[in-house]
Design a protein around this ligand. Structure first.
Ligand SMILES: [Mn+2]
Length: 442
């Protein structure tokens, strides 16, 4: 999705259906305003790779920056309007082709499109007479100020009979809920992202050998992503030895020495959709006994969480099941002492497990959607996709535990779709248990 012209593989009709649904929820007196993501400067005149705003992408598949989607439900002269860059052969010679307003109408099934330079003239007229504005307030300060300016222009015309909007609503309230439930087109793309990621993890595991640098394994992974027209959905984490205990490890420049585990948390983004997988494997191909004991325990916690993945069960139940299994196991291994209930209640287990067991997954790796509704964990429903990723991390300098455990960090993460009567693991094909991993590497 970084360059114009790359098909999203979702039909113009499917995007139109999503926009219709959103407009129906917003109501006939509303207007919805969605700017594209900004281009970000990396240094001087070089930019970070461009990535479209997930909401704009979800509703149009339009890949370019400097664009604004405006939805005006029930408007006679067209409900779906896009403001975008005009064609410019000189600029296109440097940066690549643009759709331009005419091209965009045709390619993306819009009602109308205008040059982005006309936004200032046209938007006040579109706001006039609408009572509610849906917009992501506070996400883009510069655009917030522009929107306030357009509203003030309508307000200044009140004595001439203009009716300015008087309700301002968070767009995410409607759109995040839509995005939480994945349709069939989205699930195809998510399965593709999962398949590419599975293959990338397999290649990295097979490339592991004592002495390998973390970035060499990262290169193996990301080569597979790019080979399939995908890119990293987030910064790949490759942590050898005690680096695995750093939850958002970024350096990826350490050496994996014989006897070390390597934790890889990496996923591909394909046509905007993320996969998110973690595996932890012995760089030599064989788990030591203590490594295997902790790896098995994380696997048991993941299985316990997965058993809670079905419609009608609270999202939180998965995390609670994982915590209970981990705590029970830590007591058996002597890493915790005392009673199970007490260790859970007072959070003693957090010494080894300090993150949650998962998150929604979709266009964003930590996807949109509420986890709690009116103070209660929401119930799972078909079409939701989330990760299950329990882990255990024993600090390298924790002198209060037996030395054999120190510096071990393990996480196992898979991507799970809630189906009508249970679940489907999108990343099921990847070796998961210690035996499966040893077999793959052997
Ligand atoms: Mn994750």
């Amino acid at each position: 999705m970084t360059t114009a012209g790359i098909a999203s593989q979702i039909s113009a009709k499917a995007y139109a259906r999503r926009r219709k649904q959103l407009m129906r929820m917003a109501g006939d007196d509303a207007i919805l305003v969605l700017p594209s993501a900004n281009e970000l400067i990396r240094s001087r005149d070089t930019h970070y790779p461009y990535r479209q705003d997930s909401d704009l992408w979800y509703l149009t598949g339009f890949p370019e920056p400097e664009a604004v989607l405006v939805l005006v439900p029930g408007r006679k002269h067209g409900e779906t309007l896009l403001f975008c860059r005009e064609r410019d052969l000189e600029r296109e010679g440097w940066d690549g082709p643009r759709f331009g307003p005419e091209g965009a109408v045709e390619a993306f099934g819009l009602d109308d499109a205008y040059p982005i330079a006309d936004l200032d003239d046209i938007l006040p007229g579109l706001l006039e007479g609408r009572s509610r504005v849906y917009y992501h307030f506070g996400r883009d300060q510069e655009f917030d100020l522009k929107l306030i300016g357009w509203l003030n222009r309508v307000r200044a015309m009140v004595r001439q009979g203009a009716q300015p909007p008087h309700e301002f609503l968070e767009l995410g309230h409607l759109l995040d809920e839509m995005r939480l439930f994945k349709d069939r087109d989205e699930l195809k793309l998510m399965q593709r992202a999962a398949d590419i990621s599975v293959q990338a993890h397999e290649v990295a595991m097979r490339a592991a050998r004592p002495g390998v640098r973390e970035y060499e394994l990262q290169a193996e992974l990301e080569r597979v992503f790019r080979m399939h027209d995908a890119e990293p959905a987030y910064g790949s984490i490759v942590g050898a030895g005690a680096n695995a205990c750093v939850l958002h490890y970024r350096a990826n420049n350490g050496v994996a020495r014989d006897g070390d585990l390597v934790l890889i948390d990496a996923g591909a983004e394909f046509r905007g959709y993320a996969a998110d997988i973690t595996r932890t494997f012995p760089v030599s191909g064989r788990f030591s006994a203590p490594q295997r004991a902790l790896h098995d325990l994380v696997g048991a916690a993941q299985a316990a969480a997965l058993a809670q993945a079905r419609p009608g069960v609270a999202y939180e139940a998965g995390h609670n099941a994982a915590v209970e299994t981990l705590t029970e196991g830590l007591l058996k291994l002597g890493l915790l002492k005392g009673k199970l209930e007490k260790n859970i209640a007072d959070g003693s287990y957090r010494r080894y497990y300090r993150h949650k067991t998962g998150h929604w997954l979709g266009l964003d790796v930590h996807d949109v959607g509420e986890y709690r509704i009116e103070g209660e964990s929401r119930l799972l429903e078909p079409g939701m996709v989330f990760t299950i990723e329990p882990g255990l991390y024993v600090s390298a300098d924790d002198t209060s535990v037996d030395p054999k455990w120190r510096g071990i960090g393990i996480r196992t993460e898979d991507d799970v779709l809630v189906t009508k009567d249970g679940y489907q693991v999108l990343t099921d094909k990847l070796a998961r248990s210690a035996d499966e991993i040893e077999a793959l590497m052997g």
